[in-house]
Design a protein around this ligand. Structure first.
Ligand code: EPU
Length: 422
């Protein structure tokens, strides 16, 4: 199992390119199942989650070729059953449900198991697909979907206890594009990744309006065609390097970003007293630490609110920012696994009921720490860059699920990090 050794007191400086979005790529790769024509998808990040998705598509019968960031998928003949052994590795595999059901009139996908960031039910996905007329049977840990009379458009409210659902909106949208008649999704997720999937589907010939708002209208079509598409930049990778730039940087520039997707992250960095400057086009940003940064309060919320996927990285930043900060995660209230490890590095954090109370300390000290999930691991890398001494991050496969070559990008910025292969 690889580990990362991060040498602290680094000064990051220079420019890197941000990769394509992992969370936009995953449903878009699954959506290639909706056509029997080949699709080319560009800027797919080379991370283990996209590789799992490609393995699932292959197991379903699609021809898949990958050459660095460009993926060609030809799903001419596919089967409806996604194998458990692959599905269990990644929750996002559930986004093959909608396309399989729409294309084949049936699907069999394992129920995703537990997840370290909290309970992650699929009730809203099922509600949406049932609304389109699917019969659903859960047996032996598998969800069996059939649509004996074909899928029919419907009106569905997809709001849940913790707000809208991103992959639930995606699944319903992918099923509805080939359903008969009109589907209206109320309380839809507005995340940029949902808009990117809608843009991909529209290019394939789907009729979708309102993606990026709370109400999406889809008029079903008979078939979709193959396309050549480029995914959006990864706003969470960009946000993570923006935080790295203020915690341990002296002028870090990120190319290939989208200013509109980074508004909440930018607002909190500015509020904390740091410097963030975009070019006029909004596709390049430079960050610098401010002279007297101050703690601040953060509450996660669906887009355009502050992303839960940036919560852990900001907790790491606030751990060494003077003052008391309160960080609340309303979407995944149990997503504070990074805090126990940060405390081992000297942070002063109290976690209580979905909230972390962070009292900024002068400095952290490097320590061996354990990665527990993707964003928590990123928080540990950031803390390690800022800490005195050496931080050894074990179970680094978590970070490789979603950050493309993170060690190489840090090295490119002049940081000292080593990957030890074991
Ligand atoms: N929820 C339900 N029922 C459902 C589905 C979701 O109650 O059927 C709840 C969840 O438990 C959560 C809230 O709704 O409290 C929002 O979850 P959502 O469904 O939006 O999450 P997701 O679509 O499974 C995506 C991202 C996550 C990101 C969340 C929230 C992908 C592949 N994953 O997950 O990304 O945290 O949206 O923005 O797009 C990550 O990249 O590290 C990551 C975990």
């Amino acid at each position: 199992m690889d580990k990362l050794i991060v040498h602290g007191n680094s000064t990051l400086k220079g420019t890197i390119n941000i990769s394509g979005s992992k969370n936009a790529s995953l449903p878009i790769l699954a959506a290639a199942l909706l056509t029997d024509e080949p699709c080319i998808i560009r800027r797919v990040p080379d991370v283990s989650d996209t590789n799992y998705m490609l393995q699932i598509l292959r197991a379903l019968g699609a021809d898949v070729e990958r050459s660095s960031g460009t993926v060609r998928i030809h799903a001419a003949n596919i089967v409806p059953e996604a194998p458990y052994d692959l599905v269990r590795r990644m929750r996002a595999s559930i986004c093959v449900m909608g396309p399989l059901l729409a294309r084949l009139g049936q699907a069999c996908v394992s129920l995703p198991g537990g997840c370290v960031i909290g309970d992650r039910p699929v009730d809203l996905h099922l509600k949406g697909l049932k609304g389109l007329g699917a019969d659903i049977d859960v047996e032996g840990g598998n969800m069996h979907f059939t649509a004996p009379n074909g899928l029919k458009g419907c009106e569905i409210d997809l709001s849940g206890k913790h707000g809208p659902t991103v992959l639930g909106t995606d699944n319903l949208m992918m099923a509805a594009v080939l359903a008969e008649g009109r589907t209206i999704i109320e309380s839809a997720a507005c995340e940029p990744e949902v808009v990117d999937l809608a843009d991909f589907l529209i290019q394939m010939g789907a009729k979708i309006e309102g993606a990026g708002t709370r109400r999406i209208t889809i008029d079903g079509v008979g078939s979709l065609k193959g396309v050549d598409y480029t995914v959006i930049p990864d706003r969470i990778e960009a946000g993570t390097f923006m935080v790295a730039g203020v915690m341990a940087g002296d002028g870090v520039t990120l190319n290939r970003v989208n200013r509109d997707h980074l508004a909440a992250t930018t607002r909190v960095l500015l509020e904390s007293g740091h410097l963030v400057e975009f070019n006029e086009a909004g596709d390049r940003v430079t960050v610098r630490p401010g002279e007297a940064p101050q703690g601040c309060n953060i509450t996660t919320a669906p887009f355009p609110g502050f992303p839960t996927d940036m919560q852990a990285q900001f907790t790491a930043m606030l751990a060494t920012t003077s003052g008391i900060s309160v960080v609340e995660d309303t979407i995944f209230p149990q997503r504070f696994m990074q805090c126990a490890e940060l405390k081992r590095m000297g942070a002063d954090i109290r976690v209580d009921n979905g909230t972390a109370i962070v009292t900024g300390v002068e400095s952290l000290s490097g320590a061996p720490v354990m990665a527990s999930d993707l964003r928590a691991s990123a928080a540990l890398v950031l803390a390690g860059l800022r800490a005195r001494g050496k931080t050894e991050i074990l179970r680094v496969y978590h970070i490789d699920r979603g950050y493309e070559h993170i060690d190489e990008k840090i090295l490119q910025l002049g940081g000292a990090v080593e990957r030890v292969r074991e």
